[in-house]
Design a protein around this ligand. Structure first.
Ligand code: SF4
Length: 340
């Protein structure tokens, strides 16, 4: 885990964010509901949850890339420093994307253009955002490939994406994302398509580059193991809502929400019991509710929760403080009673 580098002032502040999508038949689905979190300079904030929980939609909202229609940001604010991104003109957002906030995705092949060399693609990014000459941009591309530990960067710079391995393509994406030294890097499942050894290398690389540049990272993942490896703090999302937020060490030691407990239990090496004595890994039963099922009132986790009480099915639990820098949205208190 890296140390958050500076002050406590948030670099990026998401407050009461809601995102809605129009469904067929005139229905509206709220895919993010009242989400709030801060990102501090130099830290890594993990956002974790199963697929469909709203974590990738959160990244698209921050980049203001929600497809409108059928989607729209229905409420809240997203501030980068003093600037409200939701009020920024589109031309300003184009400057912010890449310059101030960059993003890397799970599958680099869908983000890299197969008909251009990787060098041309990195060079194009820096030419666009930093106005470098063709020659300087090419030199910057080689420098960035070297920074992400691609061997023989002077040669690789002229290769096409299909000539590189999956791990190298992800390194190219990281090089492209960090070329303009953004304040924020959003990494959406950056290692999911890679094998375990390459995953570890990519995480090491991200940590090393973060220490050099001070870039704050939002790591979006379904994998609590990746959060334990990379993040300083973590937001657990379920059905479009924040259900728990804490410093990572505290989350792993004292998860409060039954869903967070389930996510941690599903990761073998996060458990204290030695491997031979462990029972088979449990799964969280059931699935995330579909967008059409959301908004029916009550706690959306209730159909899967072993602790569900009458109140859970009737009323949505609000966020409450459960420890130092630790909050959770659950009716159950520490004594197993309904929280006041
Ligand atoms: Fe389970 Fe109730 Fe807590 Fe929801 S509010 S997670 S149903 S105990």
């Amino acid at each position: 885990m890296s140390e958050a580098r500076s002050g406590t002032d948030p670099l990026l502040s998401v407050s009461d964010l809601s995102v809605e999508f129009d469904l067929r038949g005139g229905q509206v689905s709220r895919v993010i509901d009242g989400l709030s979190f801060d990102l501090r300079a130099g830290e890594t904030l993990g956002i974790v949850g199963e697929s469909g929980c709203g974590k990738s939609m959160t990244a698209l909202a921050v980049m203001r890339l929600i497809p409108v229609p059928p989607g729209r940001i229905a409420g809240g604010t997203i501030r980068l420093g003093d600037e409200n991104l939701l009020a920024a003109p589109e031309a300003r957002m184009r400057q912010i994307r890449g310059n101030d906030i960059s993003m890397i995705f799970q599958e680099p092949m869908t983000s890299l253009n197969p008909v251009y060399t990787v060098g041309d693609q990195i060079a194009e990014t820096v030419r666009l955002h930093q106005g470098l000459s063709r020659r300087d941009a090419h030199a910057k591309a080689v420098e960035m490939l070297r920074a992400v530990a691609i061997p023989a960067p002077e040669k690789r710079v002229d290769e096409y994406p299909h000539q590189l391995s999956g791990g190298m393509r992800q390194r190219v994406m990281i090089a492209m994302a960090l070329a303009c030294e953004p304040k924020v890097l959003i990494a959406d499942e950056p290692t999911t398509a890679l094998d375990v050894t390459v995953q570890a290398q990519i995480f090491d690389l991200l940590k090393e580059l973060q220490q050099k540049t001070g870039t704050a990272i939002i790591l979006i993942t379904h994998d609590m193991g990746a959060i334990a490896e990379m993040a300083d703090r973590v937001v657990v999302m379920y059905a479009g809502r924040k259900v728990e937020m804490a410093d990572v060490d505290d989350m792993l030691a004292r998860p409060s929400h039954p869903y967070s407990q389930g996510l941690i239990t599903c990761v073998p090496h996060l458990q204290a019991t030695p491997p031979k004595e462990r029972p088979p890994l449990p799964e969280i039963p059931g699935v995330v509710p579909s967008v059409a099922e959301l908004g029916r009132g009550g706690c959306p986790f209730a159909p899967r929760c072993a602790h569900a009480m009458l109140v859970c099915r009737r009323e949505m639990p609000g966020i409450r403080t459960v420890g130092v820098n630790h909050e959770a949205a659950c009716w159950l208190n520490e004594s197993g009673q309904v929280a006041a």
